[in-house]
Design a protein around this ligand. Structure first.
Ligand SMILES: Cc1cc2nc3c(=O)[nH]c(=O)nc-3n(C[C@H](O)[C@H](O)[C@H](O)COP(=O)(O)OP(=O)(O)OC[C@H]3O[C@@H](n4cnc5c(N)ncnc54)[C@H](O)[C@@H]3O)c2cc1C
Length: 415
């Protein structure tokens, strides 16, 4: 049996991020994953500036090496949105930007590669005991904390504090923390790898296409190295159920028949299976800690309800959980009351953007409104600049939840 202060279940960006942060704080932990790495994770593979900033803070050299590995990642400088009526809007992450002089704000990197890079760093960190190929099936509350084990009971870990980062289908989150799936705050998505989608975006922006038939979901094309792209389709689960949408069929129909997009796939080849997975969205505030545990990333339903971004949020929650764990160890307090600070900090960091993303997600239910917004943006350069600044200016972003901001904006647009 292994004995530790902190056990982390799941070594995706949430769990690995927490373990690496604990290592930087000088706190040992046991990190367990059912998979043997490198392993894949069904994802769009877009890595936001948020994840890049955290990794840079943790280890600037790691980020430098990642940036240099151009066979494993494509630097991303902005997003192209296309409205249901086909209006295209390019919004750079920085305005203006200089590809030659500055590092890319975001990336696309296959999770097979990106997660493995994190795990390679985990393996170089002597205070992390990494146990891979072990599936945790049992969680037992004991006076000292938790006793967790695999199905056979041959593998056991006794820990004072549990960090649960086992992803969207987290058994602990459902059974022990009581976080049920709520279809209005959950999405389904499918993705496949393609080669030679033509033409690629000239600036290698990631592309989000809002298509009437799958509104308010979107179809994406994210560029990868060597002519590959991650292509997918996602939609909120209540719409999938209500409209009886078969995401796989809808995806293939877009690729084969969509009036604009199908031409871009005419010479492309699908290089993987089309696979689907769930996205627990952070649009509903839920408790993400309890007596002796914290929920990280997808296990805590922390995916952005508009963009589907979960990698950066999982890493953020992992870093915050590690800092909270440090406080717990210092005070010897692992109670639900003390761990509530974790919920508060996660809400402080991610709460306002979740709220805003949820508002925007609901606005995009109306194709006419999406079309109107796209038309306004294409006509007003200052609006592109404003949205672009919002990627990095948190104070500006917070104004978006203020109705007066919108009133002033509409008055300016109508002038
Ligand atoms: C189709 C799709 C597209 C997406 N696109 C994007 C995108 O482009 N950008 C973005 O930022 N986010 C995207 N997301 C969301 C993103 O994939 C997740 O938010 C992110 O992976 C969450 O990280 P995590 O560490 O919480 O969980 P995961 O990455 O799911 O890691 C969980 C880990 O736990 C392990 N595990 C599970 N159960 C057990 C067990 N019982 N015992 C031991 N180990 C266990 C798993 O093997 C896994 O390694 C997408 C999601 C989907 C489904």
């Amino acid at each position: 049996m292994l004995q530790t202060d902190i056990a982390i279940v799941g070594a995706g960006p949430g769990g690995a991020g927490a373990a690496l942060k604990l290592h930087s704080l000088g706190i040992p932990c046991v990190l367990i994953d059912q998979a043997v790495f490198p392993r894949d994770k069904i994802c769009g593979d877009a890595i936001s500036g948020k994840a890049a900033t955290l990794l840079n803070r943790l280890d600037p050299e790691f980020m430098d090496r990642f940036r240099e590995s151009t066979d494993r990642q494509t630097g991303v400088w902005g997003i192209q949105f296309s409205a249901p009526n086909g209006t295209m809007v390019d919004i750079p992450f920085k305005f203006p930007y200089d590809k030659e002089q500055e590092p890319a704000p975001g990336f696309v990197s296959r999770r097979m590669d990106f997660d493995h890079l994190l795990i390679e760093k985990v393996l170089r960190s002597d205070s992390i005991s990494f146990q891979q190929g072990i599936r945790i099936d049992r969680y037992e509350r004991i006076p000292e904390g938790w006793l967790i084990s695999d199905e056979t009971g041959n593998f056991q870990v006794r820990a004072r504090l549990l960090l649960v980062a086992d992803g969207a289908n987290s058994q602990f989150s459902r059974k022990h923390a009581g976080l049920e799936k709520d279809l209005r705050h959950h999405a389904g998505a499918v993705r496949a790898y393609f080669k030679n989608v033509h033409p690629p975006h000239p600036e290698q922006f990631i592309e989000l296409h809002f298509i009437k038939e799958v509104n308010p979901g979107y179809f994406w094309i994210f560029p990868l190295p060597n002519g590959y792209a991650n292509v997918g389709l996602g939609l909120r689960s209540d719409y999938i159920k209500k409209r009886k949408v078969n995401l796989r069929e809808a995806f293939l129909q877009i690729v084969k028949e969509h009036p604009i997009l199908a031409q871009r796939f005419a010479g492309a080849t699908m290089e993987s299976r089309l696979e689907g997975y769930g996205l627990p969205l952070g649009s509903r505030l839920r408790p993400i800690s309890g007596d002796g545990y914290m929920l990280l990333g997808d296990a805590g339903h922390l995916i952005d309800p508009l963009t589907g971004e979960g990698i950066g949020n999982a890493m953020y929650s992992g870093f915050i959980a590690a800092e909270q764990a440090q406080k717990c160890l210092e005070k010897g307090d692992f109670s639900a009351g003390f761990l509530k600070d974790y919920d508060k900090r996660v809400a402080r960091v991610l709460g306002s953007e979740m709220k805003l993303s949820y508002q925007l997600q609901r606005m995009l239910r109306y194709p006419w409104l999406t079309n109107l917004l796209a038309r306004w943006i294409t006509r007003h350069r200052w609006l592109i600049e404003l949205i672009s600044r919002m990627y990095t200016d948190m104070e500006l972003r917070k104004q978006l939840v203020n109705p007066m901001f919108w009133v002033k904006l509409v008055i300016k647009l109508l002038r």
